[in-house]
Design a protein around this ligand. Structure first.
Ligand code: SF4
Length: 279
């Protein structure tokens, strides 16, 4: 098959969250720069760069409507398809070809793998993904190096990050799953979780100038008070953003918390605001 993407534009999780509009059902991966250029030209013509608070595509969608937005995008795209892109066009790196799954031998067909939250079967029979649960996305540098070595030894050598601030070692052949797992158990942190709800957070006011709340501190406090080993809760996702900018993506959580300043009896106070429920 051809590798490619569906493309959405004009969405945002900031102060006025909006769902993105689908602008392409499918584009091949080598056309993606044309798509980016068409969206940029669309914004150059119809967006508002004079006001930084309104300099977002979603305001264009809001002003002209989704249908017109897609039509205008399509005409920019058609123009670019006719003329081609100008200047030096960077080549897209084919990362997958550097980590060939086909070189992995899957054997030991009768071996039973205990699947669970951290051992996930892949579409290709006999290959598994191992998920490493990281607390707030943190991992000591030495452990990260070891994770890379473990991936190199027992899989295709690729480690990917996830939106939930975890790591994935992909394409682990069945016969290597237990070996990789016991090597990971030798890290200085527990990466196999304890069935608590997942807490995801932005950096917060500790290091972010825009932050109103110490979102990582709140995440720690919440995690400590959540029950361990509760299978029913383990799929719950809590997301925290230190301010309305929503870097912690709190609007798409089961429970979302946002740092907010409020004036009470003439005094400014900071308080987390419960914002959403995904389910
Ligand atoms: S949500 Fe706010 S506090 Fe958190 S990283 Fe983004 S800008 Fe900073």
């Amino acid at each position: 098959g051809v590798k490619g993407f569906s493309v959405y534009a004009g969405g945002e999780l900031g102060s006025n969250p909006a769902v993105a509009v689908k602008i392409e059902d499918f584009v091949a991966d080598n056309e993606i720069l044309q798509v980016a250029e068409a969206v940029k030209r669309l914004f150059d013509k119809y967006g508002d760069r004079s006001n930084k608070h309104k300099a977002r595509l979603r305001y264009v969608v809001g002003r002209i409507g989704a249908e017109e937005f897609v039509k205008l995008y399509q005409s920019e795209r058609d123009e670019i398809s006719k003329q081609g892109l100008k200047g030096d066009i960077p080549q897209l790196r084919d990362i997958a070809s550097c980590f060939e799954v086909s070189k992995l031998n899957v054997d030991d067909e009768n071996r039973r793998i205990t699947e669970g939250n951290n051992i996930l079967p892949e579409k290709t029979e006999g290959l598994f993904t191992i998920k490493l649960d990281l607390n707030l996305g943190d991992i000591p540098a030495n452990d990260l190096v070891k994770v890379g070595q473990i991936a190199e030894e027992f899989s295709q050598g690729l480690v990917t990050t996830t939106q939930l601030q975890n790591l994935l070692i992909t394409s682990v052949p069945r016969q290597n799953v237990e070996k990789a797992k016991s090597a990971l158990e030798g890290l200085s942190i527990d990466v196999f979780g304890d069935d608590r709800p997942k807490v995801v957070t932005c950096t917060g006011a500790a290091t972010c100038k825009l932050g109103l709340c110490l979102s990582r501190g709140l995440a720690d406090a919440i995690s400590k008070n959540l029950a361990k080993d509760d299978k029913q809760q383990s799929e719950t996702i809590i997301r925290i953003s230190g301010c309305l900018n929503s870097c912690g993506h709190h609007y798409i959580a089961d429970i979302g918390l946002q740092g907010k300043a409020k004036r009470v009896n003439g005094v400014s106070i900071l308080k987390p605001l419960m914002t959403s429920g995904r389910k």
